[in-house]
Design a protein around this ligand. Structure first.
Ligand SMILES: *Cc1c(COP(=O)(O)O)cnc(C)c1O
Length: 360
């Protein structure tokens, strides 16, 4: 089996031998009966970490967000979210399909926040013509960007004053906390409910957790069953999540460092631009000018590197990307980009490690 350097997403991590050991040793029971001790342990552990009364283990981040919306909103209600937000754009319209809940998308600001003045203007007045605005959703990290703590507090106070619930899609909230050097609770406390992915940078193979007030999580558990998400002896999966939370949080800093290194060296290549202000956690966005993204991706594949072809290419670091892989990636990009240029240009430039060596 080839060891790919897979930069497509941080969802691609494989469980380590130690994580697999923890899974094999997990005590299990029927979680639909509330009898799986490992699932209970995971839910209590994470609720305590993020500072909510309760939590529920679910199959995916999509399901966690769906259950949050279904628990906060009813038929004919509305939630406000970013135009590019995962829970609006990338989850199949689940809240509308299954809950009769309408989204009100708004453009994200450059820093990944939603401008509260614009959000305020989108809140519907009480009027029989309108859906009822119930819920305000933020995402952190948003495309790798960390929302400022002061903004989270302000957003939370604003939402409470409006009588709105506020939900965090915190698929990568631990990346935000590690970047800021604060506990996860500082990032999550301003929200009524929070969804956390265990299967992104934290490295578990499956699973997310929805955290929130006891009454809300009770409702979410019912919706989980309705959605077919009641799992039986899933302590095996919860054990991977617990292992991830106990061992893989602090090391997210390495992923952030690796992304910064990649950004710093890739931006020096011809036809590449990287906005380094956007490289805050484990994602790098490259704009490729005058290159065919598909050709670049195909070339990288011949060097054992996987990326999604796109004119703005997203590279994601994670626990299966090692420091030693970075030089391989930069060299391969350099080769890919030079090989696509006209022969007269290519003659004057050679592929050399030059300034790269020693920088890692
Ligand atoms: C990955 C992700 C999710 C959930 O994804 P699943 O693949 O359903 O686990 C939700 N929100 C954000 C921001 C994500 O990146």
């Amino acid at each position: 089996m080839q060891n790919w350097i897979d930069l497509r997403s941080d969802t691609v991590t494989k469980p380590s031998p130690a994580m697999l050991q923890a899974m094999m040793a997990a005590e299990v029971g029927d979680d639909v009966y509330g009898e799986d001790p490992t699932v209970i342990q995971l839910e209590e552990y994470l609720a305590d970490q993020v500072g909510t009364e309760s939590a529920v283990f679910v199959s995916s981040g999509t399901q966690a967000n769906l259950l949050a919306i279904l628990s906060h909103c009813g038929r004919g209600d509305e939630y406000i979210a970013g135009q590019e937000a995962h829970l609006y754009k990338w989850e199949g319209g689940g809240a509308a399909v299954l809950g009769g809940v309408q989204p009100q998308p708004l453009d994200f600001e450059a820093d990944g926040s939603l401008d509260l003045v614009k959000v305020q203007a989108a809140v519907k007045a009480e009027d029989n013509h309108f859906a009822k605005t119930r819920l305000f959703c933020l995402e952190n990290t948003q495309s790798g960007k960390v929302l400022p703590l002061a903004y989270l507090k302000e957003a939370s106070l604003w939402a409470k004053k409006q009588g709105l619930r506020i939900h965090l899609d915190g698929a990568r909230a631990f990346n935000a906390a590690v970047k800021l050097g604060v506990s996860i609770r500082e990032v999550t406390q301003p929200f009524h409910s929070i969804s956390i992915c265990l299967s992104k940078g934290l490295g578990a193979p499956v699973g997310s957790v929805l955290c929130g007030p006891r009454e809300m999580i009770k409702i979410a558990r019912r919706w989980r069953k309705v959605c077919g998400g009641g799992m039986r002896q899933c302590g095996i999966l919860a054990a991977a999540g617990l292992y991830a939370l106990e061992h893989n949080v602090d090391r997210l800093a390495e992923d952030h460092e690796n992304a910064a290194h990649l950004a710093q060296h890739l931006r020096e290549l011809p036809g590449v631009s990287v906005d380094e202000s956007l490289v805050q956690t484990n994602m790098v966005f490259l704009s490729l000018q005058g290159h065919d993204p598909k050709q670049v991706a195909d070339f990288l594949k011949t060097r054992g590197i996987l990326v999604f072809p796109s004119s703005t290419m997203r590279l994601v670091t994670h626990l299966d990307i090692h420091k030693g892989d970075l030089l391989t990636v930069v060299k391969a990009f350099r080769e890919a980009l030079l090989s696509q240029r006209s022969p007269s240009v290519r003659k004057t430039e050679t592929v050399s490690e030059g300034s790269l060596s020693g920088a890692w």
